[in-house]
Ligand binder design. Structure first.
Ligand SMILES: [Fe+2]
Length: 243
């Protein structure tokens, strides 16, 4: 990996700039994620944050997985379940990302470090709970999981929007609503179409399979509550490995 230069960016890094700093693999291993940046910016606005903060946090979120560049490809792209040891190595991408980013963008470094922390304390690397997790990382966590559910990876298929909403709001054996900030989850439920639009931007790599698009008409009726309407409920037996 290339050494980073000191200094604080005043605008988002383009993909070319990211490649210049981190190498060409930034393009190919999910280490540069403009869709997550757009989702974060959207949730910041919905949360009432000012436009400058929304732009700043959205730009920083693009680089949240940059630490994946240090994970061996046989683990990063493994088809099938990771062993306990492999999972520990994978989890290091948060700390590696922090170390890569902190010399020139402390905000992005902190978001990279804490983007797998869960509100209920079940996340990593520190198992932080509640308000110990900065709002920027709580927003990023929700947006990153939505992006992961929607995205195809070498080891998993993509889900359509409706099923991703269902999983986030109702959970399954691995994903629990308690992992997320309840206020943010309620905003997501109320404004889910904004997330769908932002995700399906120009860089989308999703290739959803297996489900027809469900009707989402009733979600807006659940104001203030992160609930899934009955017409959005779908089977979850075909859920692939979580990113
Ligand atoms: Fe990550």
């Amino acid at each position: 990996m290339r050494a980073v230069k000191a200094g604080s960016p005043s605008r988002p890094l383009s993909l070319d700039e990211a490649i210049s700093r981190f190498g060409p693999d930034a393009r190919n291993v999910g280490a540069y994620t403009p869709a997550v940046g757009r989702l974060v910016q959207t949730l910041c606005r919905l949360s009432g944050l000012d436009e400058a903060t929304a732009a700043d946090w959205g730009a920083a979120a693009v680089l949240h997985d940059i630490g994946k560049l240090a994970i061996p490809p046989n683990i990063l792209l493994k088809v099938g379940n990771l062993s306990d040891g492999e999972r520990l190595i994978m989890q290091r991408h948060t700390v590696v990302g922090y170390r890569l980013l902190v010399p020139f963008w402390p905000l992005a470094a902190d978001m990279a470090l804490k983007h797998h922390e869960n509100l209920d304390g079940s996340g990593y690397p520190y198992g932080l709970r509640g308000d110990a997790i900065p709002l920027s990382a709580r927003i990023l966590r929700l947006c990153d999981v939505y992006d992961a559910l929607r995205s195809a990876r070498p080891y998993k298929q993509a889900f359509l929007h409706g099923k991703a909403v269902n999983l986030l709001l109702e959970g399954d054996s691995r994903l629990k609503p308690q992992m997320f900030d309840p206020d943010l989850l309620a905003l997501f439920a109320r404004h889910h179409r904004s997330f769908e639009v932002e995700y399906e931007g120009t860089d989308s790599t999703a290739s959803p399979t297996g489900l027809s698009a469900p009707s989402l008409r009733a979600v807006d009726d659940h104001r203030g509550a992160a609930q899934v309407p009955s017409d959005l409920r779908v089977g979850r037996s075909d859920r692939p490995e979580q990113a």
